[in-house]
Design a protein around this ligand. Structure first.
Ligand code: ADP
Ligand code: MG
Length: 726
């Protein structure tokens, strides 16, 4: 039930005076971030109110007309002397303007209108009248002029004319002024909302109330008022972070209260697997295993995030958790974002555990017909204990006999609400989320605040560091020479072609649109001429069996140089590959480059990563690459990347699962985010049903940001929790 204080904010923008028809559809285009639409598909008033200015026009500047500078916005009081319409015969559509000559006791100014309605100019600027005018001024043939004044008003409105004017992001069919007007109209009915933040904290920061903050944010007086550090914007950001963190804390509490299967496991299969491994587990792997074992025997549902750099050995950890479940006669599923990775994991997993007599199946969108039918039956009957797949795993027709564990790899592509949906499947399976893209702390908090976290920072011991070099494309010939001798010496080389664009189809990442492919094919042909038959090519559009065969040839050593699009980003494991060259590396995200770099240095040979950048790459791009050259720690790289790129472009993609923050800048507001997290944790511990006075206000806050919170009995505090934003 939505609180009645929010009714107006949740009503359609067409309720605002002057918004209808074409204006409404312009606003609809302007507010694509709108997460909630009313019945008619219109954005709601809240989204208009949350649309903050990005600039301001200061109309306070004025000066003597005879000393006026060029190109500034200025306001003057003038008297109209005469009108100079374009000569007769030259009509509308000509470039000859309509001029109005004006003066005051400091000089003269000409107001210039192209194609005006003549009666309009006469009406607003009658000869002899005094007017306040405001707009951009310029000189033309030594005369001061103002073309199409922004404002023409009676002199007694001067103070109003000079008010700084907010500038809004625009769309076709709407001026900033009209947007400001709609917002002002909406503001008149803006409700006072109860304070949801601790008063002492509000005082410490000298924050205004919510309503004052919104109002101030729409009326910047100085450029500083537009910054995220300004008090009103800071307050709005804190509100947003608090809503986000509170929601996650509630979800977390809800998850943890759900009973989870108790998985003890005999340890037999796990032991058998460990015995067959050519290495011993690292201390980090063992302690994460213990955390997982504790979770799975706690009687509560596990919801754990495992972050570990590329090559830190997460797969084995997941596999051991899966085996525990199998030992108990139950089922486990491993979900990955793309079909290619699914195949890779399927191969790895089946090679490791089929010898132990355990069936593993692969389920993706391309498993069809009879094979699919059999597979689904196997899952429903419990015959198949382990399945690897894409999100196809969680389609409606897929039923499990007793699904106890879901492992999600490369988890950053899934959002909280998708996680919630997953948990609806089966009997509240344990969840283990793995990500090989370490992310900054602030992101971990906002993306995964509903989970426990484990980090694998230690790398398997024998691993050799990868030497990284940043080289301009102009030194291409040198690189070719180096490759020639490397190939002659029997080394294995990846050549990664530029990333043109990432595409997502139904939430599934498609890594190789045509552009990438063209680039890869060109290189492939060139290298084949240069190096001969040892050159191979893999890309995402290849039939999977062809691609697998090609990978196999690379793995076996028949191929020495593998040209690839970013399909090899994750999951690929050719242990003796020692060189990776990444072309136009400046186009990739740092974390992505780090991940690509992780394709080499997997065995015990020294490896190299060459980051080629094109001549177009700017200084920032080059300094980003330098970060990568100087660090091998995915966590540190992620922090540095965030600081350079800023909060606006996190992870580089919209589909990152990152909540859409409107006011929050995760770089600049990090300290506040930490506080919001602690605040939320305290709240949920002391008043999990939000029943106290502050609790009621917080429920309004959650609703304001589109989080639905169901006030219910203790057993099911959040049964139908659902985020409108995710
Ligand atoms: P990621 O964390 O990137 O998923 P993987 O699980 O794919 O890493 O492991 C990378 C490689 O390291 C694999 O070839 C794996 O067999 C190997 N590996 C995993 N654990 C260890 C270990 N403790 N010692 C040596 N090699 C290991
Ligand atoms: Mg992996």
């Amino acid at each position: 039930m939505r609180h009645e204080l929010l009714f107006f904010l949740y009503s359609s923008i067409s309720r605002i005076k002057g918004v209808g028809g074409a204006t409404a559809s312009s606003l609809q285009r302007l507010l694509p971030a709108a997460t909630v639409l009313d019945g008619s598909g219109m954005p709601i008033v809240r989204d208009l109110i949350f649309h903050l200015p990005v600039g301001l026009v200061d109309r306070r500047f004025t000066c003597p007309l005879n000393t006026a500078p060029d190109g500034v916005v200025a306001t003057f009081v003038i008297t109209v002397e005469s009108h100079l319409p374009p000569p007769p015969g030259i009509r509308r559509g000509s470039r000859r303007p309509y001029k109005v000559m004006c003066y005051n006791d400091t000089g003269e100014i000409t107001l210039v209108f192209f194609n005006p309605r003549e009666d309009y100019v006469k009406q607003v600027l009658p000869v002899g009248s005094r007017r306040a005018i405001s707009g951009r001024i310029d000189h033309f043939e030594n005369h001061l002029q103002m073309t199409h004044p922004d404002i023409i008003a009676p002199v007694d409105k001067l103070a109003e004319v000079q008010k700084p004017e907010p500038v809004y992001p625009l769309t076709i069919g709407l001026t900033s002024r009209r947007i400001a007007k709609f917002i002002a109209t909406a503001m008149e009915k803006l409700p006072d909302l109860p304070e949801w933040t601790e008063l002492s904290w509000v005082k410490t920061h000298k924050w205004p109330t919510w309503k004052e903050a919104i109002n101030a944010a729409h009326h910047p007086l100085l450029p500083e008022d537009l910054e995220v550090a300004s008090l009103p914007r800071e307050r709005l950001a804190y509100d947003e972070m608090l809503a986000n963190q509170l929601y996650l804390a509630l979800v977390r509490r809800h998850m943890q209260q759900q009973p989870g299967d108790i998985i003890r496991g005999t340890g037999k299969l796990a032991e058998a697997l460990v015995a067959r491994l050519p290495f011993t587990l690292t201390g980090g792997q063992q302690s994460v295993m213990k955390e997982i074992a504790d979770d799975m025997t706690s009687g509560r549902r596990m919801c754990r995030l495992l972050q570990g750099d590329v090559g830190s050995g997460k797969t084995i950890v997941a596999l051991l958790a899966i085996l525990r479940v199998v030992e108990d006669g139950k089922q486990a599923a491993l979900m990955v974002p793309t079909e290619i990775i699914a195949q890779q994991h399927y191969k790895t997993l089946s090679a490791l555990i089929e010898p132990l007599g355990i069936k593993v199946a692969l389920l993706t969108g391309s498993v069809k017909g009879k094979a699919r039918k059999e597979l689904l039956e196997g899952l429903a009957s419990g015959d198949i204990p382990v399945v690897v797949g894409t999100h196809a795993l969680f389609q409606e027709q897929v039923n499990f006999s007793h699904l106890s564990l879901v492992v999600i790899d490369e988890q950053h592509r899934f959002g909280v609400s998708q996680r919630m949906a997953l948990t609806a499947k089966g009997n509240a399976p344990h969840l283990l989320h793995m990500t090989a893209t370490p992310i900054p702390r602030s992101l971990t908090m906002t993306l995964y605040g509903d989970m426990e976290c484990s980090n694998l920072r230690e790398k398997p011991a024998e691993r050799q560091p990868v030497t990284t070099r940043v080289i301009p494309l102009s030194r291409y010939d040198e690189v070719m020479e180096r490759l020639k001798s490397a190939i002659a010496a029997g080394e294995k080389v990846y050549w990664i072609c530029p990333l043109i664009e990432e595409k997502y189809i139904e939430g599934e990442l498609e890594l190789t649109p045509e552009g990438d492919l063209a680039a890869a094919e060109t290189r492939f042909r060139e290298f084949k001429k240069r190096f001969g038959d040892v050159v191979g090519l893999v890309h995402g559009r290849m039939k999977s069996d062809v691609r697998n065969e090609e990978m196999q040839r690379f793995s076996s050593g028949e191929l020495r140089l593998l040209v690839a699009t970013t399909v090899i980003e994750v999951g690929v494991d050719v242990r003796d590959a020692t060189i990776i060259v990444i072309e136009q590396s400046e186009r990739f995200g740092l974390s992505q480059l780090h991940q690509l770099r992780g394709r080499v240095g997997r065995g015990n040979k020294a490896s190299a990563c060459v980051l080629l950048y094109s001549d177009r790459a700017g200084d920032v791009a080059r300094s980003r690459l330098a970060i990568l050259r100087d660090s091998n720690d995915g966590f540190a790289i992620a922090e540095a990347d965030l600081n350079i790129r800023g909060g606006g472009d996190l992870l580089g993609t919209r589909q990152s699962g990152l909540p859409r923050f409107i006011f929050t800048d995760l770089v600049r507001h990090q300290a506040l985010l930490e506080h919001a997290r602690d605040d939320a944790a305290n709240l949920v511990a002391t008043d999990p049903h939000l029943q106290g006075q502050r609790g009621v206000a917080l429920e309004i806050l959650l609703q304001l940001f589109g989080f639905e919170f169901q006030r219910q009995s203790d057993a099911e505090p959040l049964a139908s929790a659902r985020a409108a934003q995710s």
